[in-house]
Design a protein around this ligand. Sequence first.
Ligand SMILES: Nc1ncnc2c1ncn2[C@@H]1O[C@H](COP(=O)(O)OP(=O)(O)OP(=O)(O)O)[C@@H](O)[C@H]1O
Ligand SMILES: [Mg+2]
Length: 296
Amino acid sequence: MELVFDKIGKRYKNKTALEDVSLDLNYGIYALLGPNGAGKSTMMNILACLLKQTEGRITLDGSDISAMGKEYRNILGYLPQDPGFYPNFRGYDIMMYFARLKNIKDPKDKTQKLLEFVNLADDSKRKYKEYSGGMKRRLGIAVSLLNDPKILILDEPTAGLDPKERIRFRNIISKIGSDKIIIIATHIVSDIETIADRVILLKDGKVIQNDSPSELVDHMRGKVWLTEMELTAAQDHVLEHTDSNIVKSGDKSYLKTVRDEKPFPDSYECEPRLEDVYTYYFDESGVNGDHADDKI
Ligand SMILES: Nc1ncnc2c1ncn2[C@@H]1O[C@H](COP(=O)(O)OP(=O)(O)OP(=O)(O)O)[C@@H](O)[C@H]1O
Ligand SMILES: [Mg+2]
């Protein structure tokens, strides 16, 4: 299965939300990483055929998805950023409603299995409005899996979740299977760090990097610096420099800076992580340039 974005562009009146986005996706888990307003939801909505692009086309095995109609919808699962389920429906009812809407063969059986899969079987008779944030997201994932989609789109599936629910989310995604293209839009690096096969960095509507997490991290070698510093000095520094953050270890505090150049004479290099990739490319201070033309 090959899903190709061919020079996709999207303009809303006078705002360019996506520009010249070209991608080639095969089976695997893709993280679409970018800050607020980068264009992630716009991209997901175009991929779900809910929004029409201004330029370019998306093809699945050579066919334009906008011309595939039902054939495409049948293999698509989409969890929007805000799914807007009926608050007074029980979890079970929501599943059955969408199962019928999607013409699922054995809706009761499928609903039951998926509720168990996302660990909601015991809460299926409770109303959606009584669900916690994590339960709501898990129900959303179950709904998006009803038709056993080949392409699964999850827009900010972990927003507002506590650490335990984030782990649950990662476990669920890892269990879904490898015979799909799964695209997860997020700005939370730790949620995709261990599960994504590839990470696509989106900035101001453009794809600025597209690589495996390990290659992206490797590219940061020699750019991540630790500097031992008094806590108050470090606090002052991070207010002014968005490429830096504070790391505490025991009673010592350090400044961690992601920068091409050594920030202080006594700074030393440290092992980069995926979160440093995010800091490097999405730092707003401009100290590292915008890296839009970097090539790994
Ligand atoms: N219907 C719209 N009309 C005009 N501008 C829009 C519309 N929808 C989105 N935009 C703009 O397009 C840009 C991309 O928005 P989008 O929602 O795709 O970003 P995002 O990466 O999903 O952000 P977030 O992380 O906040 O969800 C933003 O500048 C946004 O203001
Ligand atoms: Mg969004």
